[in-house]
Design a protein around this ligand. Sequence first.
Ligand SMILES: [Zn+2]
Length: 485
Amino acid sequence: MAGRGGAAATVDPQPQRAMSYATVTATARIPGTMFAITHASKAAEVLQANQQQLKTKVSVALGGVPVQWSDARSPCLKDLRVLTSHLQNLEITRREAILFDQTQTTALEGRQGAQLVLMSSYEADVASLAAFFTGHVLPVRLKAESRSEYHRAWRSFVTYCVAFNELPNAFPTTVPLFQGYIAHLMMYQYAPATIIKHISAVIARNRDYGHILLQRGELTRYCESIKKSLIGGVAQRTRFRLFPEHLQKFAQLQCHGDLVLERNVCIAMVGTVGACRKSEIMGADVCDWVEGRDYDSRRGQPLGASLNIRAQKNSLVPKSKKFAYGGAPETCVVLKMRMYMERAALRVQPGCQKWASPQGAGVKCRLCGPLFPSFPFGKPAALGARQGLSKHTVGAAVTDLLERIQADHKHYTSKSMRQGGLSTAKRAGIPKALRMAQSGHRSQAHKIYESDSSSGDEAPGVPRAAPQGGWKLEDLYQFSRQFGL
Ligand SMILES: [Zn+2]
């Protein structure tokens, strides 16, 4: 953390990241502070040192009890319940605000479609009614993946508080603690967007429990200064997109029974052709992948596979991404997925209700497990013990593939799959409505992901707008056909 001012600095002409760190050629102490800026070539080494120091601080603060770490870049406690005994003296609402795990299914969500009839308790007071509201009503507004994302960010913040012996001040968060957290995140070399996501989670947790951390407009000022400090005068990182030529090379990598590699190829292909968010890859269950159910109305042949994302409002029909059978078996996404799922023993389990009832639709399936699980020791874990991937692993999966095909992945970002898919489709002339259907965009937001250099000519044989009576199933598969796989 504090720079080792005396360390000899070597000059490396190869900047690793287009952040302001890269402009520094030697380790330099920042006057009047305990910190130092060093050359980008030391990024990995500094990161590791920062992580180690923080973990030590946390473990000292907790009196040496063994803790579990999640694999986030900034050290992050896996489970905040280890802190319970350290919060005994705090009033109950503050303790709740710090420890509450909003990723858990609320009592109301778990009622399996039964009509909600709440029974009052005569012992209840206003505080317990409020706790019921924040614990069981408020979290439901967010999608499961946002909830876990927010919770991860909150755990990272609380971990920082522990390290600096400020745990009781985690809620209501004091402004110096909050500002310090931003500086802390900068030490983990996060991009501005990630830092902003992290601090938004802290603001949201405070707001959920009735504390206004920043006044209106203040977050904007914070964001601006974070962006300007980190990106500075250096040009913003070029957007890197995954294109069909990448996917073709990935598809032809020899896996030789390497299940992790086979899974990673599927992640990159499904992620790009499906214009997926990382969270959609992480959140997909085995039973969300459905092959051979959609038929071409004219030819009577199956069209490919769907990846169900969520239920459409008031309906059992899922919103889904479509993957057409490819022209060549060795690059066909659907066949790749079929082989991968067979090899990894990923099957829809008997009794799976995910898409069978309105209550099941979209709720994580406990029976079938994740579509892209981690493979401890390279093998599938036992059913029921399968863990999904973290954001970090999904990113690392694609970086690893790019390395294998010797592509320059310096500018690879978490949005590369999504942006690449949308750009390819736009360039091929796929109309906006179909692009929105595949990407699941509900607004105009898809525009920012698409490359501006493309003309957007019309694809032959694809209607520009939804025909009367709605899109035909075969139309929905047009997006994926543009990859020529
Ligand atoms: Zn299932």
